[in-house]
Design a protein around this ligand. Structure first.
Ligand code: FAD
Length: 312
């Protein structure tokens, strides 16, 4: 599948985070490295309090929880959490010394590659790639080593990133009094891929602006800014996320045979997918594909697979 112009950027996440931290510091932010927040609370005077793991407490007008998948602060602020049972272990290698490759991303599906999810390879140079996978079952390291050994024999592993990939979808409400949540902590990820850099990042920007407006407006008058944040991010991403959730539910339990049939249908529609598909706003293309007659014909198989996967 090809697009006439580039649609994605490969970022070095560590350097991106360092770049953003430096900008924040230049604007007056105080960075505390190696400090973990363990408890959110509210003081009697309406301030927000964060207790750190070393026992110290910080008070502020507002807290933005962007602490990623597994956050416990959100619940302490009186909000739902994403369904943490929908977290999958993920692993990614930076490899070098590969044979010369195209500038194409490759995805690998199937029970022997990444049960219930997929593996990916993203070229990072003529002879280098970022190769990873997440999986519902099995040992992700074993699965990834197997993939690398088969597809890029002799390649050297230069770096490793492990973590959790979240496919649960967003929580109902992302604010409470002097508290906002954004990113994986709020489930603001594409359920089809677990990708949260673009959507979560955009929501993070919106949360930051809302928090600043709340802090300058003062307590009662500022609540509207927090509410607006929740409304605005949902307006931008809510409909796409709902469709991605539907696609994820359909996809998660499919057998290899149904996957093959599904991809055969998608292959016949490649030009349409190329034309309307969008890596981040996937709702339109998902909606369009679900209306294809050939795909509708697959629904009984899909339903049978889903029921089988619940009991297996
Ligand atoms: C192997 C792998 C590959 C991925 N590839 C992609 C990809 O290609 N594209 C994409 O869009 N997404 C990808 N993702 C998902 C992506 O990493 C997440 O969606 C994204 O990082 C979420 O950003 P975040 O800022 O919400 O949380 P995180 O990136 O998890 O950042 C949370 C930060 O908060 C800190 N923190 C956690 N708890 C506390 C605490 N109690 N107190 C203080 N600080 C705390 C953490 O140390 C961390 O620095 C991948 C995930 C994995 C595991």
């Amino acid at each position: 599948m090809k697009k006439p112009s580039p649609i994605a950027l490969i970022v070095n996440r560590t350097k991106l985070d360092q770049f953003l931290a430096k900008q924040a510091i230049a604007k007056g932010a105080v960075l505390r490295a190696n400090a973990r927040a363990s408890k959110f609370g509210r003081g009697g005077d309406g301030t927000a309090t964060l207790t750190l793991q070393d026992g110290t407490t910080i008070s502020s007008k507002v807290v933005v929880d962007a602490s990623g998948a597994g956050s416990r602060l959100t619940e302490q602020a009186g909000l739902d959490t994403p369904d943490w049972t929908q977290l999958m272990p993920g692993l990614q290698y930076e490899i070098s010394g590969t044979a010369k490759q195209d500038a194409l991303v490759e995805l690998f599906f199937g029970s022997h590659r990444a049960p219930g999810f997929f593996a990916w390879s993203i070229p990072t140079g003529d002879h280098a790639a970022r190769v990873g996978l997440a999986s519902r079952r099995g040992n992700v390291k074993k699965l990834l080593d197997q993939l690398v050994g088969e597809k890029w024999p002799g390649a050297a592993i230069e770096g490793t990133k492990s973590g959790s990939v979240l496919v649960s979808g967003p929580i109902r409400k992302c604010w409470s009094y002097n508290f906002l949540v954004a990113g994986d902590a709020a489930g603001q990820v594409k359920q089809t891929t677990g990708g949260g850099i673009v959507i979560g990042g955009r929501c993070g920007q919106m949360a930051g602006k809302a928090a600043a407006s709340f802090a300058s407006a003062g307590s009662e008058g500022g609540v509207g800014f927090l509410r607006e944040y929740d409304k605005n991010w949902k307006e931008l991403f809510g409909s796409d996320l709902r469709r991605m959730s539907m696609a994820r539910k359909v996809f998660a339990g499919l057998t290899d045979e149904t996957l093959d049939r599904l991809f055969a249908v998608l292959k016949d529609n490649v030009s349409e997918i190329e034309e309307i598909g969008d890596m981040d706003f996937q709702g339109k293309v998902i909606g369009r594909m679900f209306r294809k007659k050939e795909l509708v014909k697959l629904l009984p198989r899909v339903a049978a697979d889903s029921i089988r996967s619940i009991f297996s």
